[in-house]
Design a protein around this ligand. Sequence first.
Ligand SMILES: Cc1ncc(COP(=O)(O)O)c(C=O)c1O
Length: 411
Amino acid sequence: MKDIVETLRSGAGREFINLSAGNPLILPEVEQLWRDCTADLLASTEYGEVVCRYGASQGYQPLIDAVVDDFNQRYGLQLTERNVLITPGSQSLYFYAANAFGGYTADRTLKKVVLPLSPDYTGYGGVALTPESLFAYKPALDIDAATHRFKYRPDFSQLEIAEDTGCVLFSRPCNPTGNVLTDDEVQKIAALAAPYDVPVLIDSAYAPPFPALNFTAMTPLFGDNILHCMSLSKAGLPGERIGIAIGDEQLIQVLECFQTNMCIHSPRYGQAIAARAIRSGALADIAANVIRPFYQAKVQIVEATLDQAMPDVPWFLHRGEGAIFTWLWLKNLPMTDWEFYQELKQVGVIAVPGSSFFPGLRDEWEHTRQCLRISLTGSVHELETAMKRLATVVERVYQLSERNQQPAVTA
Ligand SMILES: Cc1ncc(COP(=O)(O)O)c(C=O)c1O
C-alpha cells in the first residue's frame, strides 16, 4: 500500500513496528537450502543448458519430473508430465486463468471469475482485464463470542456457480485471514462447478507440502476440474518467481498457450534449484520442520497477547489456521479501518487496513471497514509490543465514541 511505503520511507527518525509485510522472512535454514542447491547447480554440467538456452513453455523438465514424482508418491496420484505447468510466480497463473477462462466470449457473454469467499487475496483484484468479471461472495460468520474467535465459511445459500462462470478462485490457506476451507467445503465448491466444466483454482501458496503453512490438518485436493496452484515464494524463493499448476491436461494446455504468448517460459535458474530441493525431499522437510513451526509460534503469541491485553469490546480474531497473517475483526469499530490504521501509526505500529482484501465484492457491508491484517513477520518482542499498543488504541477509540454518544451534562 502506497501510504505504508511512504510512511516507512519518510519515518523522520520514528521507529515503526511494521506488521504489514507479505514478504516472508529469510530463515537461515531455508536460505542455506537454496545456497546448497545453487552450489550444486553451478558445479554441474547442467548450468549452461539452464541459463544459456531457451526451453519449453511448460517448464524445465527436471522440475516437472520432480513435481510429478513427489505428488504421485505423496498423494497417490497418477500425474504425468502433461498435468504440470511452471509459471513465473503463481500470480501470473491467476492472470492467465482469469483472462483465458473469464471475461467476454466471442458472442459478448461475460464469463465470471468467482471468488466464493470474501475476504481473499488482494492480488486477485487486478488479475481480470475485464474488471467487471470479478464476483466475490460475502461469507457466513461462525462466531465464538466467549473466546473472541471467529471463522469465515462459504455461504452456500448465496454462492452461484453456473453456465456464466468462467472459473472459481480462492486461497487455501487464505491470505489475509489464515482461514483454511475444510475439505468438505472445497469438495462442495468443486462439485457445484463440475456440471459446467468450470475450472476451480485452489491457490495453495501457503499449503502443504511446501511451504506447509497450515496449522490445522488439511488435505490438498485434486480432481477433474481442480487446478492445484502452488508457489515457492513462501518456501523462501519469492525472488525467483516460481508458480506450479497441477491439473487436467486440457486446462494446463490452455494456460501454457497463454504463457507462450506472454513470456515464452519461466526463468530456468530458479526452476533448476527448485528441482533439486523437491527431488531430494529437503524442501518438504524444511517446510514442515522449520517454516511451519516458526510462523505457528507467532500466531500463538498474537493470540495470547490479545487475549490478555484487549479491553472489553466486541473483538474477534480469525482462527489462526494457516498463512503468515492474523486477521482481527473489531465489531462496531467507531471509525473506518483506514482511520484506525492512522491511529495505530501514531503509536508506532503498522498493519494493513482490511478493506483492501475484498476484491470483487459488490455488496455494501460494514464488516469490510472493521478489519485489520496483521503480519506474523515481526519478531516475538515486536508482536507482543505491537499487540499491547493496539489494545490501548482499541480501548481509547471505543471509549471516545461511548463518551461522544452520552448526553452532555449541564451544570
Ligand atoms: C494467496 C496468495 N496467492 C498468490 C500470491 C502470489 O505469489 P507468487 O509470488 O507465487 O506470485 C501471494 C503472495 O503473497 C499470496 O499471498
